[in-house]
Design a protein around this ligand. Structure first.
Ligand SMILES: [Zn+2]
Ligand SMILES: [Zn+2]
Length: 248
């Protein structure tokens, strides 16, 4: 959990603020949305911030706003100028465990000089994906080391690495170069349909659509790790991949 200590409400010059705001900080008269605007940026956030699920805004040592983090973005895209970030997310309301646990009570982080602190909240922990029943650190799937143990245990069950690879290639198919996805777009407007991609392709396979000027409508992007395992490889890309591998 990112714990941000906000000072009292302060009027500022919007032209000098990276988010164009006219006030920052906390006032008891602010609505949750106004408080969110005034406090979700701009902060110097460390690496750890990107693993956290929740942000808690505190004022004078008390929790005043809880946010389920959606994403954290640099204020200045492209990394020029500011190194500060903005926390984007959903404002939590009464009834949510994190709201009920941290709002209106003492901050879990003791007073410190840095306005940004971190807290290992039990609400962010999940049980280890290996099945051992232990709780992970926030944002982690496994207790450290348990991913390696779980993986090697499975390799051993199949008789070793050679047997494991043969099994994987037979069941899943090994097509590391078929790693591009074209977002489905509408053939009329060219806009994205929002539908998930149906297959993955080799870059440059030509299985995309062109507009009247010959521009590619659906731009390729690299498949995510999830898509590499869940999307089937395009049939003709598979054939091209085999050809490339044997030097044809
Ligand atoms: Zn485990
Ligand atoms: Zn293809």
């Amino acid at each position: 959990m990112i714990v941000v200590s906000a000072g009292p409400e302060q009027r500022i010059d919007p032209s000098g603020d990276e988010l164009g705001r006219d006030r920052i900080g906390y006032a008891s008269t602010m609505s949750p949305a106004a408080l969110y605007d005034a406090t979700h940026g701009t902060w110097l956030l460390g690496e750890r911030a990107h693993r956290e699920c929740f942000a808690l805004i505190t004022h004078e040592g008390q929790g005043v706003l809880a946010v389920a983090i959606d994403r954290i973005e640099p204020v200045a895209p492209g990394g020029q100028g500011s190194e500060r970030s903005v926390i984007h997310g959903e404002i939590l309301v009464p009834g949510h465990t994190v709201y009920d646990t941290y709002i209106g009570v003492q901050s879990p982080v003791p007073p410190q000089r840095n306005p940004v602190g971190y807290f290992d909240a039990t609400e962010e922990r999940t049980t280890c994906a290996c099945g051992c029943g232990e709780l992970t650190l926030s944002g982690k799937d496994f207790v450290p080391g348990h991913d390696q143990t779980a993986l090697h245990e499975r390799v051993r069950q199949l008789g070793g690495v050679v047997a494991f690879i043969a099994w994987f290639d037979r069941i899943h198919g090994h097509w590391p170069d078929i790693n591009v996805v074209y977002e489905p777009v509408s053939l009329k407007g060219g806009g994205p349909t929002g539908a998930p991609a149906r297959a993955r392709h080799r870059l440059g396979c030509g299985h995309f659509f062109l507009d009247e000027e010959g521009q590619i409508i659906n731009r390729p992007r690299l498949a995510t790790a999830g898509e590499m395992s869940s999307l089937r490889p395009c049939k003709s890309c598979q054939a091209a991949s085999v050809k490339a591998a044997v030097g044809g």
